[in-house]
Design a protein around this ligand. Sequence first.
Ligand code: UD1
Length: 418
Amino acid sequence: MDKIIIEGAHPLQGEVTIHGAKNAALPIMAASLLLDGELWLKNLPQLSDIKTMVKLLEHLGVEGDLEKGQARLLSKKSKAVEAPYDLVKTMRASVLVLGPLLARRGRAKVSLPGGCAIGERPIDQHLKGFEALGAKVTLEHGYVEVEAKALKGATYTFDVVSVTGTENLIMAASLAKGETILENAACEPEIVDLANLLIACGAKIKGAGTSTVVIEGVQSLQSTEYRIMPDRIEAGTFLIAGAALPGSQVLVKETSVKSLDHLLIKLKEAGAKLKIGEDSIQVTAPKKLKPVDISTAPYPGFATDLQAQWMALMCLAEGSSVIAENIFENRFMHVAELKRMGADIRLDGHTAFVRGVKKLSGAPVMATDLRASASLVIAALAAEGKTEIGRVYHLDRGYELLEKKFRSLGAKIKRVKG
Ligand code: UD1
């Protein structure tokens, strides 16, 4: 298994260009199942999750060509409706094919994603929404099956704000008969990106990015070309890394500034200097980092996908901070690893109490999930000495050319094949 080796305490200097958003690309690729005709995508990140989604779509009768950040996806006439366990187990976002398959082929069968490293993550909200649109849902032998001769528009209020749940229902409702109103919908920018793609294909969607989304079903959706929005989590990761070590100055380019509002406020509070352009942000690390509390929440709150990285930063602050994780129940697995590097963190339920230390020191550590791995990279870049990070395949699910990008900023980081 590959390892990443980092020789820390070298300030970062330079600029980095942000890739397309994984969490926008995945639902948009799944939406190809809804179209009559081809979907041409640009600015796709080159990540293992994107390849997994292409494999899944091919399994479902989509002709897929993926090359260098571009894809052509053509949904053929096919009766395939099943997403097998082997694919779903490596990528939970496979559930995003449920809505399109149901709307287009009248049936979908997806292996239940089951437990995963960051908590239980049920999909009951997706299923209740499909039921509201008239689908029959059955759970059997580890698979969930949804079926409907024709979907009918309805009002559905989510009990829990769900990003992929909102996306699945927007996709299903786009081809349903009549009007669907989704209440308590998630407001993430990736949902807006999906809605914009669907609108470009002929869908009638209003209110995406707010908690009420109204979809007027149409008969068919047409071919289009679309550029995926920039990845705000990748951008956030580089900004946090750029704030961690005095002497660092990093310019993050081709990003969506608006989508990072909450993080930017927190970075300023921590003492980082920010220069904000139209689609770029420059961060200069403070001499002394101030402790800043965060509490994760659905967008526009602090993103749970940046919580682990923020914790790495707070380990180096002068003072104590409190980090509350409100989205996932088991998203603190990086804590044990950060402690191996000398961090002072106490956990109490879904809250972490972080007392800043003078320095972190390099150690052998293990990546446990995608964003936890990013937090270990940030900690290692700032730490004194050598850190070896194992199980880096987690990182490859969400960060394209991570070592290369950090190396271009002057970091001493390399991957060792194993
Ligand atoms: C998406 C993102 C993920 C991010 C998360 C929260 C993608 C592909 N992934 O995941 O990176 O961390 O949003 O911002 O976009 N829940 C239920 N029932 C459901 C659905 C969700 O109880 O049917 C709960 C979950 O257990 C969790 C919370 O709602 O506690 C939010 O989950 P959700 O927004 O659905 O996360 P994902 O869409 O899976």
